[in-house]
Write a protein of this length. Structure first.
Length: 449
């Protein structure tokens, strides 16, 4: 009798132990939605910008089974319409569908469109202002966390001669910032807040996970590529698609010419030339090693990597009076250093373009990092026949302050189609304190500066 009693007690304890063990076992941790995980996230300004790398990406998708998604900074709400009378918001609706159909033609299923307005011009700060820099950055960081890309590809953040739309540059700035922020839980922390009840309604907390991309590459529409030799990997567009039996250059040409009917930027000959050019990528940075000109996926493994902090803004160590180009040139000098991509600034000397009969805007900054007020005289050296307003002026700059100078310059019509050098010198107390130069192409690309 006693042994039966002890047996029942033992069975009860064992059952209680099993129940306790089961009660302590939590449900599996919900993982991010795998449907949107990509190998490459392309971040660009407008519908059709993805055409810059379409031939390369089409081959990756078909032959290497890579997954790719695209983020557009705008929905293309301005510009001419070669297909119909629709403009403004209606044009944006049409261009969004054109983009989705074009992407699908070479294997991209997912695309997102930000809320930026198409902002024709060449000054990146203009687009960032119009788009709402902070709001747009929040959206790009969110999409990096949703798609969890191994590699980001985007427009080069630099002010160079070519079409070089300021929306292109803005997308490159946002993509670079998102590369460095998406794994930081203090960047838009509401995005990585776990929802209290993910199956409920009226919830808060977006439930995303921090994510660190491994590499970032840039591309550019600059009209002079000689400075890009060795700046990154280069891929031919002549390889043949096994399924379609045509070169990937033609796949890209059809993706543009067959779907972007509202945009009439290319003749057939221009489209052929554009699509058959090699894909030139510019190495931004890698957190997993590899070489500048090595394959995009060199060094990339499937496992996530931890957050890597970028250098960030650092105040220049100066006790002098100095002169520098302002506006986008000044912004980029600080931006490249802050994001550890200083090599981008070494590809091109500062440059701009202006058509005969138009006015070139040149912002300069006189900095005074001394403890006393400085009197600074500015002198310009312009090509023959050029004029500037205002001309030589003297500026009073307070201690540890700066003076933003706005110059407006008209080129000589006789120099159309040439490159010219413009130089400015600053003097203070009879001593030269700074010099800056700008390389200017006397031509037009149809965009306001």
């Amino acid at each position: 009798m006693k042994s039966n009693h002890l047996m029942w007690i033992a069975l009860f304890v064992a059952s209680l132990s099993a129940l306790t063990s089961r009660a302590q076992q939590a449900d599996p941790n919900p993982q991010p939605d795998s449907r949107y995980k990509v190998d490459i996230l392309i971040v660009v300004g407008h519908p059709d910008d993805d055409s810059e790398v379409a031939a390369y990406v089409a081959k990756l998708i078909e032959q290497q089974h890579k997954t790719v998604a695209v983020v557009y900074g705008t929905r293309g709400n301005s510009g001419g319409n070669a297909a119909g009378p629709e403009q403004s918001k209606a044009l944006a609706d049409i261009r969004e569908m054109e983009a989705r159909h074009s992407l699908a033609s070479y294997g991209i299923q997912n695309a997102w469109f930000l809320h930026g307005s198409d902002t024709p011009g060449g000054d990146v700060l203009h687009s960032l202002e119009v788009w709402g820099h902070g709001k747009s950055l929040e959206e790009v960081v969110r999409l990096v966390r949703i798609t969890r890309p191994e590699v980001i590809m985007t427009w080069m953040p630099n002010y160079v001669v070519g079409e070089n739309h300021d929306d292109h540059q803005a997308s490159g700035v946002l993509a670079t910032e998102a590369f460095d922020l998406a794994a930081n839980p203090l960047a838009f922390p509401e995005q990585v807040e776990a929802p209290r009840n993910r199956l409920g309604i009226n919830n808060y907390g977006e439930g995303l996970r921090p994510w660190q991309p491994k590499k970032i590459y840039y591309f550019t529409d600059a009209n002079h590529f000689e400075f890009l030799k060795g700046a990154g990997p280069e891929y031919p567009t002549s390889d043949i698609s096994p399924s379609r039996k045509i070169p990937y250059s033609k796949v890209a040409a059809e993706a543009w010419g067959g779907f972007y009917k509202t945009q009439n930027d290319f003749t057939d000959a221009q489209l052929k030339e554009f699509s058959e050019m090699p894909i030139r990528l510019i190495f931004g940075k890698s957190l997993v090693g590899g070489t500048t000109t090595g394959d995009v996926f060199e060094g990339i493994a499937a496992n996530p990597i931890p957050y890597v902090r970028a250098r960030g803004y650092q105040l220049a160590d100066s006790t002098e009076v100095s002169l520098e180009l302002g506006g986008p040139w000044s912004f980029y000098r600080q931006f490249w250093a802050a994001h550890n991509i200083e090599q981008i600034g070494k590809l091109y000397a500062p440059e701009a373009q202006v058509a005969p009969g138009e006015t070139l805007w040149v912002p300069l900054i006189i900095r005074n990092d001394t403890d006393n007020q400085a009197q600074v005289t500015l002198h310009s050296t312009l090509p023959a026949g050029w004029s500037q307003q205002p001309n030589a002026m003297q500026y009073a700059v307070g201690p540890h302050d700066y003076y933003s100078v706005q110059l407006f310059i008209n080129p000589a019509a006789s120099q159309k189609g040439t490159w010219q050098n413009l130089t400015w010198n600053a003097e203070s107390n009879g001593k030269k304190v700074g010099e800056v130069s700008l390389h200017v192409n006397v031509t037009s690309n149809g965009l306001p500066q």
